[in-house]
Design a protein around this ligand. Structure first.
Ligand code: ADP
Ligand code: MG
Length: 864
């Protein structure tokens, strides 16, 4: 029973004995890791005792019946809300006063009741502690109103169950946390599942180690939203009503128990992590995989009326057992009979002990139920003395730890592999870069080395070349000394001189004879020309001169003053009746086909013989003009044969001897050169002693253009395979070489061409096996000039000589002389530097196919 102090009207605070409660060991078997913590709720008040069961009293307003029946009576209770006191009227003059953690008047809102009574417990549950909210009171005082109203019709009337779930759902994360609910009814020591009515005998399982209580047989529904929860409550309530109807009981005799299980994953504190986990990763710190399991038990207790009576005890054993336990706890009794009933067993881990507990005591105002109200108040007063020892319900979630570690491990493996790959790539990249650099340096080095080597070789070649030239010079000096010496001691060339003189005499006589014939012919022509002039047929219409043909053959004949004179001469009729048949209208004007037509006509109509005969005219002017006409004709391939047939070649050759007139010689030589382009003519020229005549001119002439023509003619002859020997034996090569004294590049170019032609024919003959022995060019001493001019500035000269050298080098027999003559250097140079690829590769091929050259190059250490 309540303490006497209360009865004497002395206000007794629940916490007045709290010191003795605190010193007392907690009865719970699982106290090892119990944590005492202060409540976060305002409900804790300023009493400074955090772990006590909180008790509030709620007064229901008078109902309709009471309003009528108790109209003449005052309420049996009076509330002093600011003092949190309740005065229970004993009679009209006496009352007992009790202090609670909170007192709610009849007008207290559901919201405030929830916030004061249940919210601290809910928060505590969300923090990982078990918690219990219980309503105790006489039937009809508002337990279900306070706890179980759904608030469908009026949201403000929502009860503690609904509001608790609202707060829980608002706080948890549905991804990582879970909220599940069981809803049970305890009647006559039988637990029924309100969510599955068929499941009507659920047993309680207690973990002997932790003291945790569970109902494995109860339906557990996961809650994800508020609506499903209210539906579940509605459903459960409907079942409760149905079950009670079936059992013919009143719901007031049963306890409704809502269990909300909250499972939260929490990030653990670092110091709790095992060292191996710490070692496992330097990248991501795995959080401690803790699961905090807690439960909120909301108990709508059976009506408290008469439970103290013996007969009621058997009906509601659980409620009386709860009272006994509360008494034992409140009185510091050594034995708390928690195991005596299903309810006390069920609440073992949720009421007092390790849980936070709130008790709302509901009372009615009616003085008729004063006794029941008083016993209810005393129950509440005793409950206020029960101390809680809060214990956080945390445990390692090994499954999830292992899963998380696996994930972590996989992450690390992936990261490691990635890093390994990146590292390998980097190593590879550096390796490649280093290799590139090395090869670049090697390349640069090799290039520089090659350049340096080449430079050294060139210098070496130059100096060797100079030395050899000096040596050659010395040899020549010695030889010439020897020759002089020979002259004094050797035999005279008298015999051949006499022969020469005889030859010259013969030529002279021939000459005189020819001249006479020519003079006669000239006179004849003159007289004919006189006749022609008289007839006045020669036009003066300014027609294009028939001789003014641009030679397309080798030597071009200049027009200029001489041509004009010739033209005048013709106009004056100096060529006599040769032109009688010319029709000025039909011939000279009709020059649209080009310039060939008139000269051809002239040629046809005047007669070649006549023109040729003029070549021997006594009149130098006539000779000059005649030779120009012939030369122009000779430039035309079509005329060449006729000119030769008509003896023009001989006449032209003869003219080469006219020392007195350079022009005649030049033009004649040009004509001969043109004729010499034709292979058949070449043989004729040779047969008519052309070489010796050309050679004489070559030796005598000073005029570079004459020499150019002569050299060109000989060069053409040099290209004839059949004439090689004859050409050489008649002094053609020497004549050619003799002309280089002139130094004119046009002449040198023709000389070089002749040499190249000759060398080519020789090479061909040697290849065919027709020729053996040294080159005649070498024999005739062409090599020094060839070597000297191999790098001539003038491209035409250089090209011909380069080719000549290549041809000469193709035959081993020439190799020795070529080497001693310095030709090897030139060949090496050609093979390296020549801008013409064909010549360069020809030189290269030639050098590499010659054993002698190769040996010499090895000797001279020429890289090839
Ligand atoms: P109990 O569950 O304790 O038997 P109920 O909650 O069923 O009592 O309440 C009985 C009646 O009283 C109901 O009609 C209820 O609506 C009404 N009631 C209870 N408490 C209050 C209150 N605080 N304000 C208004 N009506 C209340
Ligand atoms: Mg009820």
């Amino acid at each position: 029973m309540a303490s006497t102090a209360c009865r004497n009207g002395i206000v007794q605070k629940g916490n007045s004995k709290s010191s003795s409660f605190k010193s007392r060991p907690h009865p719970s078997p699982s106290l090892g890791s119990a944590i005492r913590r202060s409540s976060s709720a305002s409900y804790a008040g300023n009493d400074g005792v955090p772990g006590r069961v909180r008790v509030a009293v709620r007064l229901r307003p008078r109902n309709a019946e009471e309003t009528v029946a108790d109209a003449d009576f005052a309420d049996c209770v009076e509330l002093q809300t600011e003092l949190k006191r309740l005065k229970l009227r004993k009679n009209n003059w006496d009352s007992d006063t009790y202090e609670f953690d909170e007192v709610f008047t009849e007008s207290a809102s559901q919201k405030r009741v929830y916030e004061v009574v249940a919210k601290p417990v809910v928060e505590s549950v969300l923090d990982g502690y078990n918690g219990t909210v219980m309503a105790y009171g006489q039937t009809g005082t508002g337990k279900t109103f306070t706890l179980g109203r759904l608030g469908d019709e009026d949201t403000s009337s929502r009860g503690i169950m609904v509001r608790s779930m609202e707060d829980i759902l608002a706080d948890v994360s549905l991804e990582s946390d879970s909220v599940s609910v069981s809803y049970l009814q305890l009647y006559m020591e039988t637990i029924q599942d309100l969510l599955d009515p068929a499941n009507d005998n659920i047993s309680i399982v207690e973990d002997p180690k932790t003291g945790d209580v569970s109902l494995p047989g109860a339906t557990l529904v996961q809650i994800r939203d508020q609506q499903s929860f209210t539906e579940l409550l509605r459903w459960g309530e409907a079942h409760r009503v149905a079950a009670n109807t079936k059992l013919n009981t009143e719901s007031s005799r049963s306890h409704a128990i809502l269990m909300i299980h909250v499972k939260r994953s929490v990030v653990g504190r670092e110091e709790d992590l095992s060292s191996e986990i710490n070692h496992a990763s330097h990248l991501i710190k795995p959080s401690k995989p803790l699961v905090r399991k807690s439960k909120l038990v909301v108990v709508d207790l059976a009506g408290s009326e008469g439970h103290m009576l013996e007969e009621a005890k058997s009906i509601n054993l659980s409620l009386s057992a709860l009272g006994k336990c509360i008494n034992a706890l409140a009185e510091n009794s050594a034995h708390v009979p928690l195991r005596d009933s299903k309810l006390t067993r069920l609440l073992r881990d949720s009421f007092g002990g390790t849980a936070r507990t709130s008790l709302i005591v509901t009372i009615g105002p009616s003085p008729r139920h004063r006794g029941e109200t008083a016993s209810t108040i005393l129950f509440g007063q005793r409950a206020m003395k029960v101390e809680n020892m809060l214990k956080i319900k945390e445990e390692f979630d090994y499954k999830s730890l292992s899963r998380r570690l696996e994930i972590q491990l996989d992450k690390l493996i992936v990261e490691n592999e990635r890093q390994q790959k990146a590292f390998d790539d980097e190593v590879e990249r550096i390796h490649l870069e280093a290799q590139n650099r090395i090869s670049e340096v090697e390349r640069n080095f090799a290039d520089a080395l090659e350049k340096e080597k080449l430079k050294c070789q060139m210098e070496y070649m130059e100096s060797v070349k100079k030395l050899e030239e000096k040596m050659l010079l010395n040899q020549q000096k010695q030889e010439s000394n020897g020759v002089i010496h020979d002259k004094y001691t050797g035999e005279e060339p008298g015999a051949s001189a006499a022969e020469d003189i005889a030859e010259i005499r013969k030529l002279l006589q021939n000459e005189i004879h020819m001249r006479k014939t020519a003079e006669e012919e000239l006179n004849k022509l003159k007289s004919r020309l006189g006749q022609y002039t008289e007839s006045g047929r020669v036009n003066s219409s300014g027609v294009p001169p028939p001789w003014d043909i641009i030679s397309r053959g080798f030597p071009a004949i200049e027009g200029s003053a001489e041509t004009l004179k010739m033209q005048k001469c013709l106009e004056r009729g100096e060529f006599g009746n040769t032109f009688t048949g010319l029709d000025k209208h039909s011939q000279f004007r009709d020059s649209g086909n080009g310039q060939k037509a008139p000269i051809t006509k002239l040629f046809e109509q005047v007669g070649l013989h006549k023109i040729l005969s003029l070549l021997e005219s006594e009149d130098a002017n006539v000779r000059i003009h005649a030779v120009k006409v012939v030369a122009n004709l000779a430039a035309e391939e079509a005329n060449q044969e006729k000119i030769v047939e008509a003896g023009g070649l001989s006449s032209l050759l003869m003219l080469l001897r006219s020392f007195e007139d350079e022009t005649i010689r030049r033009v004649a030589a040009g004509a001969i050169a043109n004729l010499a382009m034709n292979e058949a003519n070449q043989e004729l020229i040779m047969a008519q002693g052309g070489i010796s005549l050309l050679s004489t001119t070559a030796a005598d002439a000073e005029d570079p253009q004459t020499l150019r023509m002569v050299a060109g003619a000989i060069a053409n002859l040099c290209g004839n395979d059949k004439l090689q020997m004859k050409l050489r034996s008649e002094g053609g090569i020497r004549a050619l070489l003799g002309m280089v004294r002139c130094g004119h590049p046009d002449v040198l170019s023709q000389v070089a061409r002749g040499i190249a032609n000759f060398a080519k024919c020789e090479s061909r003959a040697a290849t065919q096996g027709v020729k053996s022995g040294r080159s005649l060019l070498v024999e005739d001493g062409a090599l020094p000039w060839i070597v000297q001019n191999a790098n001539n500035e003038a491209a035409p000269i250089r090209r011909h000589i380069e080719l000549a050298l290549c041809h000469l080098a193709q035959h081993e027999v020439n190799a020795r002389e070529m080497i001693s003559g310095g030709a090897l250097w030139e060949l090496v140079r050609i093979s390296r530097d020549c801008s013409r690829e064909d010549i360069r590769s020809l030189a290269h091929r030639t050098l590499s196919s010659s054993l002698t050259f190769r040996a010499e190059m090895r000797r001279l250490r020429i890289e090839f």
